[in-house]
Design a protein around this ligand. Structure first.
Ligand SMILES: N[C@@H](CCC(=O)N[C@@H](CS)C(=O)NCC(=O)O)C(=O)O
Length: 221
C-alpha cells in the first residue's frame, strides 16, 4: 500500500492538528510543504487533488481526505490506537461537542487578532483586535473551567478535542505575546497568569511524542 502524503503550510492550525494526530498515532508520512506566500496551494496540479486549493490534505494512493477534522476522523478509524475520539458514546459526544463549539465561535475572533498583529498593522485594526479579545476571553474562561479534572479537555487522556484546539490557541498566544501586542493588554498574555490551567494543559501537549516534529518550522526562526 502506498504511504501517506500530507500537503501542508507551516503555521496553519488545521495542518498542525493533522500533524499532531499523526505523531500521536506514530504514523509515517511524506510532508509536502507549500509556501503560502507564493500561493503554491493554488498550483493547477494541486487543484486536481483539492479544487479548493486549501490544506491540509491527506493522500494515500487514490484516497484523498480534505478538512482537518475529517482527516482526524479518518485516521482514528484507520489507526485506532491510541483512540482520539473516545472509547464510549458519552466520550465521543464530549469530544465533538468541544471541537464544534470551539470551531463555531473562535476562528473568526482569533483571525481578527492574529492577522493584524502578524502583519504589523495593529494601530489601524486596534478596535477590531480589542473587540475580538472581548469575545475570546469568556471562551477561554470556559476552557479554563473545563480543565479542572485530568487536565485534558475530555476524559482522562489526550483526545481529538485537545489536538483540535491546541494549534489555533497557540497561534492566538503567539500573536498575543508579540512585543508590539503586549501593550494592548488583551488579557491573554502571559497565559500562565491569566489562564493557569490552560498553561498547564499546553505543557502537557508539548510533552506529546513527536510534538517537536509537528511544530511549525517557520516559528522557530
Ligand atoms: N476547515 C478547513 C480549513 C482549511 C484552511 O483554511 N486552510 C488554509 C490554511 S490555515 C489554507 O489552505 N489557506 C490557503 C488558501 O486558502 O489559499 C480545515 O479544517 O482543514
Amino acid at each position: 500500500m502506498p504511504g501517506y502524503e500530507l500537503f501542508w503550510i507551516s503555521g496553519s492550525p488545521p495542518c498542525w492538528r493533522v500533524m499532531l494526530a499523526m505523531e500521536v498515532k506514530g504514523l509515517d508520512y511524506k510532508p509536502v510543504r507549500f509556501d503560502n506566500a507564493k500561493g503554491e496551494q493554488k498550483d493547477p496540479e494541486f487543484l486536481k487533488i483539492n479544487p479548493l486549493g486549501e490544506v491540509p490534505v491527506l493522500k494515500r494512493g487514490e484516497l484523498v481526505v480534505c478538512q482537518s477534522l475529517a482527516i482526524l476522523a479518518y485516521l482514528d478509524k484507520a489507526h485506532p490506537e491510541p483512540a482520539l475520539f473516545g472509547a464510549t458514546a458519552a466520550e465521543t459526544a464530549a469530544i465533538w461537542q468541544q471541537i464544534l463549539q470551539f470551531d463555531a465561535t473562535m476562528p473568526g475572533p482569533i483571525r481578527a487578532i492574529t492577522r493584524p498583529i502578524f502583519r504589523r498593522r495593529i494601530a489601524e485594526h486596534m478596535e477590531q483586535i480589542l473587540e475580538a479579545a472581548e469575545k475570546i476571553r469568556p471562551e477561554l474562561d470556559a476552557i479554563e473551567m473545563r480543565l479542572t479534572g485530568a487536565g485534558v479537555l475530555a476524559g482522562s487522556a489526550v483526545t481529538a478535542a485537545d489536538i483540535a484546539l491546541y494549534p489555533p490557541l497557540m497561534q492566538l498566544m503567539r500573536a498575543a505575546g508579540n512585543e508590539e501586542a503586549q501593550g494592548l493588554n488583551l488579557g491573554l498574555h502571559p497565559l500562565s497568569q491569566h489562564y493557569p490551567r490552560i498553561a498547564h494543559w499546553v505543557e502537557r501537549i508539548e510533552a506529546l511524542p513527536g510534538y517537536d516534529r509537528a511544530y511549525p518550522p517557520h516559528w522557530r526562526s
